[in-house]
Design a protein around this ligand. Structure first.
Ligand SMILES: Cc1cc2nc3c(=O)[nH]c(=O)nc-3n(C[C@H](O)[C@H](O)[C@H](O)COP(=O)(O)O)c2cc1C
Length: 385
């Protein structure tokens, strides 16, 4: 770029490398007509007093109407609302044609399916070159749908995926399919015999991805293929079977610096059990099946937000008491047992795991027997690689 007269194309190109969110600023005229404009310049301005801002072009017909009304609603668009965004980027006169909306708290158009909305009164309008810098005083605000927002970057639309939820290679999942295919019948037999569900998970970066699942008759399948579980303590110990201590330390550290010591000690115990017995499990409750797994299934991977990730971690940490591999009493009935076993590769490392869950209340002696069965099945898969 030259240091003399600024080339507008350069300005646009360089600024286009900075991503923005996408919001609709909406209002209703005195005649009851909806008006609004899509902006990429919406931003938080001040907490005390609560102010937000955006930058309309000086010649925006829509902003002229919004300024007359003196109040507006900010609609934060979700990752799957690109078509709506495009419709609302049309010229002012037709942009609301065919667009569904309901009145927000201050009467402005509120779009269904938005991530959140912020009702404002117009606070200030300051000229800023060929734009205005507009601030609005926040009167009320709400999250409607806590999913990933729509983003605008280099002239294109996209979504947001938190770093640790990114699966770098579908190849890893594809490579595990033949291995699982070979033991599928035995997975089915085990699911039938135990009256539960058997699922195979492949390790993809720091996640376990469900690649195959079978269930006993009358047990409705609960695992969505392709759903991802974060391999962070106290979850994912089987993938550390055969790993050097440095990797175990790394896995423990991924729980976060402020993690309760109990989460770390239970994680170590589970790993030690898996190394010693070839399987490990939890048999003191079904929090994982009741809360965690449905929560993860519900969220498609492209709409997992960092907030959701934190919630999942908290759920895992809260369930830690259930996850401790306590000594099994042969006659005692255990509810909500969930057993896992590593399938190892030629180097002894675990890249796939089997999980048996959703079995009915079962005596300790039988749980230990299922653990052994699961281990045998995993060993067969290892031998057949
Ligand atoms: C992703 C995206 C971001 C935009 N950001 C702004 C913005 O910050 N300010 C602005 O004036 N127009 C912005 N526009 C253009 C307006 O949405 C709109 O098309 C233009 O202002 C027309 O205004 P009118 O409704 O007054 O005719 C953006 C459009 C898109 C698609």
């Amino acid at each position: 770029m030259s240091t003399g007269v600024l080339d507008p194309a350069d300005f646009r190109q360089v600024l286009g490398h900075h991503p923005t969110g996408v919001a609709l600023i909406s209002s209703v005229t005195a005649e009851g007509t909806p008006v609004g404009m899509i902006v990429g310049t919406f931003t938080s301005v001040s907490l005390d007093p609560p102010l937000v801002g955006f930058l309309p072009t000086r010649d925006s017909a829509s902003f002229a109407e919004i300024a007359k009304v003196g109040k507006f609603t900010v609609n934060i668009l979700a990752h799957d609302q690109e078509p709506l965004c495009r419709a609302l980027s049309r010229p002012a006169a037709t942009k609301f044609d065919g667009v569904e909306w309901s009145p927000s708290g201050n009467g402005s158009p509120l779009l269904p399916g938005v991530v959140g909305s912020i009702d404002c009164t117009l606070e200030s309008t300051t000229p800023a070159g060929d734009h205005y810098f507009v601030t609005g005083r926040v009167e009320s605000l709400a999250i409607h749908r806590p999913v990933a927002p729509l983003l605008f970057f280099q002239g294109g639309f996209g979504g947001f995926v938190p770093g640790s939820f990114v699966a770098p290679s579908d190849g890893i999942v594809a490579g595990s399919i033949p291995i699982v295919q070979r033991i599928r019948n035995r997975m089915q037999e085990l699911a039938h015999a135990a009256g539960g569900e058997v699922t195979a998970y492949a390790k993809v970066a720091d996640h376990a991805v469900a690649v195959a699942t079978v269930a006993a008759p009358g047990v409705p399948p609960s695992t969505v293929l392709g759903s991802k579980l974060p391999l962070t303590p106290p979850f994912g110990e089987v993938f550390l079977v055969g790993a050097p201590e440095a990797e175990v330390e790394q896995w423990l550290a991924s729980a976060g610096g402020s993690t309760d010591d109990e989460v770390l000690s239970v994680s170590r115990e589970r790993l030690a059990h898996a190394c010693r017995h070839g399987w490990t499990g939890s048999y003191a409750g079904d929090t994982r099946d009741r809360l965690l797994f449905p929560a993860l299934n519900e969220y498609g991977v492209d709409s997992v937000t960092p907030a959701r990730q934190r919630e999942v971690r908290q759920m895992l940490h809260a369930a830690v008491q259930e996850l401790r591999p306590v000594p099994l009493e042969a006659q005692t009935l255990y509810h909500g047992a969930s057993l896992v076993a590593p399938i190892r590769n030629a180097h002894g490392r675990c890249e796939l795991m089997l999980r048996l869950c959703r079995i009915p209340p079962t005596p300790g002696a039988d749980i230990a027997a299922w653990g052994l069965e699961l281990r045998r099945l995993a060993e067969t898969a290892t031998e057949n690689r």
